[in-house]
Design a binder for this molecule. Structure first.
Ligand code: DDH
Length: 286
């Protein structure tokens, strides 16, 4: 048990659990980043519903959304951290874990603002189907991310998270990693998207994705239809080109937009105190 509010102690324990030799590419990092993103990425600005407040994925209605398949691994990795630092809310822990994972895998520092509640406000629960579908194209991407208030530039920067991790046929139906080293945060995703030839492939389960086979390395890399929509759309493409050649600019923009993602639906006063958390009846009281 650490002192309440000692986020440095929590960060340390998250960093220590990332190394998982038996899991995927040896790291829990990518799936933790995806947990943070899916907890926040249900937000709808018009109705002010969804978002990371409430950690709704603990419950069947959100946790059982097929879009969240596999994220139970991330939650299980974090359980010992929650047990040790029981004062932290799940909603803050999931966001902090994504932020620590990005940094530990060589990515930028993303600011962390705590104060989320684990109180589930039923009127704020997101319906299923709010997360993006990899089989779609640019219009779908703009619809989903526009709903959260993101610009074209922010959408492309956020998508750079696909430098990390992989698709699992038993989770999403897609299969494989986007880059050669999927546990190292970089701008390779943008560079490979532009420089390699991508061919459509139908997997044994009927799912279509794009692949590049590197004969020398004997390695197959993949892209989702939504990934390649970023190079094929004339408004998205200039941002892909910029991030492919300017890694520092990508890191800077990713940091800002990932922070924005984590704050969707969280209202704070001038001092940063969350207004729709501690004061909620039945919510987490600090
Ligand atoms: Fe993603 N993502 N994502 N993604 N994502 C998958 C894996 C990972 C889409 C679909 C998929 C973002 C945007 C999109 C990560 C982070 C982020 C998988 C594979 C699919 C499918 C899941 C599986 O089989 O295990 C689509 C579509 C979009 C879109 O923009 C249209 C964003 C914005 C992020 C982010 O973090 C900001 C990460 C990390 C992974 C790897 C997970 C793992 O287990 O490894």
């Amino acid at each position: 048990m650490s002192t309440k509010g000692d986020y440095a102690a929590v960060r340390k324990d998250i960093a220590a659990l990332l190394h998982q030799p038996e899991y995927d590419d040896g790291s829990a990092g990518p799936v933790l980043v995806r947990l943070a993103w899916h907890s926040a990425g249900t937000y709808d600005a018009t109705t002010d519903t969804g978002g990371s407040n409430g950690a709704g994925m603990r419950y069947e209605s959100e946790g059982g959304d097929p879009a969240n398949a596999g994220l139970q691994h991330a939650r299980v990795f974090l359980e010992p951290v929650k047990e040790k630092h029981s004062w932290i809310t799940y909603s803050d822990l999931w966001i902090l874990a994504g932020i620590v994972a990005v940094r530990e895998m060589g990515g930028p520092d993303v600011p962390f603002s705590p104060g989320r509640t684990d109180y589930v406000d039923d009127s704020k629960l997101p319906p299923r189907g709010r997360l993006p579908d990899g089989a779609q194209g640019a219009a779908h991407i703009r619809h989903v991310f526009g709903r959260m208030g993101f610009s074209d530039q922010e959408i492309v920067a956020l998508s750079g998270a696909h430098n990390l991790g992989r698709c699992h046929a038993d989770r999403s139906g897609f299969d494989g990693a986007w880059v050669q080293n999927p546990t190292r945060f970089s701008n390779s995703y943008f560079r490979l998207m532009l420089s390699l030839t991508w061919k459509e492939k139908t997997l044994p389960n009927g799912v279509k994705q794009f692949v590049h086979v590197d004969e020398d390395l004997g390695q197959e890399l993949m892209m989702l239809p939504t990934d390649l929509a970023l190079v094929n759309d004339p408004q998205f493409r200039p941002w892909v080109e910029l991030y492919a050649k300017d890694k520092d600019r990508f890191f800077e923009d990713f940091s800002a937009v990932f922070h924005k993602l984590t704050e969707l639906g969280i209202r704070r006063d001038a001092k940063g105190k969350v207004l729709n958390s501690d004061n909620v009846k039945g919510g987490y009281v600090s």
